[in-house]
Design a protein. Sequence first.
Length: 206
Amino acid sequence: METLEIAKINLRHNSLLSIAAAVMLCLLTPLLIGTANLDRNSAAMPLEMFVSLIGIILLTPVFQPEQKEEIHDLVSSKHCSTEKVYLIRTLYSVVVLVLLICLFAVYMKIQGSDVTMIQVFGTAANAIFLGSMGMLISAPTGNTVIGYMPPFLYYVLNIGMGPKLGSFYLFSMVLGNYRAKIWLLAAGVLMIMVSLFLTRILQQHT
């Protein structure tokens, strides 16, 4: 019950703006790129190039509230650890992320596009990888704005370098390659774990 209460409070006070921004990006995507009557490879384009950016929007700000000193002191004074709060925020952000991707995939399916569950998985892997990169930078710097920069730079790097990035190429599904998504997901989960560990270490020394 405590976990649910923490999730509800954080959703209401800390995450609604990020969720609204992620929803807005999903709503804008059909206006920016075609989503109807696409074959399997073409259907991957709006998912990989636009929808996967919601990972940056949802995961990068996980540590943001406590980066304000007064909120950090308030949370630290509670019996629930800040590490638990961060973990809960991360988990429900991933759930929202997956839910939005699934809803967008259903929308594309209704429009006659050939969207599969493996593409949903691949888009989620992209989103988690990009968002976890933001978390990893935000944790030690204590600055969410700085955290947004590396994932967006990496996104631009993918546009410039293309498949030369190998297993860490974000847009591999357009080429029919799905194996890279396993590496992206594994790297994303690892970066989330490292960022949570870093916040714990840093808090012990403050």
